[in-house]
Design a protein around this ligand. Sequence first.
Ligand SMILES: [Zn+2]
Length: 300
Amino acid sequence: MSFSGDVKNELAGVDTQARHCMIAELAAFVMLSGSAEETESGSVLRVRTENEAAARKLFTLLQRAFNIDIALHREQDSRHGGGVFRIEDPDRVRAVLAACGHETVLRKECCKRAFLRGAFLAAGSVSDPEKSYHLEVVCPDRGTAAVVRDAMKETGLTPRIVLRKKNHVVYLKEGDQIVALLGAMGASISFLNIENVRVLKEMRGSVNRRVNCETANLNKTVVSAVRQIEEIRFIRDNGGFGELTPQLREMAEIRLAHPEAPLTELGSFLNPRIGKSGVNHRLRKLCAYAEDLRRRTETS
Ligand SMILES: [Zn+2]
């Protein structure tokens, strides 16, 4: 299953406890994928669910908050395991719409989270965090999008809205914000999964940077070894070896004999052996001597 499907499955399984939260969650379903219609026998409320997880949640919410058994009115949509739920009893339609439309629906913190959970179940999707960070809720109109956006904002997020065809899409683009929303909605397993991916991604990034840095250092080492060897050859070919102190001459010969050896290894070939900084010091002296010799041979 997709990451989005996993999240929805998990959210559908979150047990919404308080009735105020149930109503907030239900209000999201009604706002995002509901439609009310007047018929001869009274008003009918239709709520479309796009998958099995959302259908299961909607069924439970209506039953527990309003004692409505919509299983009887479920028109199966076999493609996605979702379907359209119909509530035909006018009194019940009125009761649901009044409760969901009440101004206090989103007042409590817990209810905002339940509302966002319902919104995601009804019309949300999230991309696989391995590939990209994108979470969105597709809203049918500007007003609904504003409600979803504000609920996210009040949870500390910074969502944006984009118009796509006829829909107003509320979306998040940052990994840490998507993680925060999953946590707020109660998807703790998905929360951990995406957090792991995020940490892993960051780790990979920093490992790559470190590897690049080490490669750069290695290149620098190779470049300086090549330069040292050129300088020592210049000294040798211009009869400079005779002018060197015994220590520098030994250093020069060992550098030429082991062109690829790192400095610490070069030091171990000397008698007595010396450390990396000692080797570095002698090689620098050799290079300085080569420069001096070059100046002298050029002017003479
Ligand atoms: Zn609540």
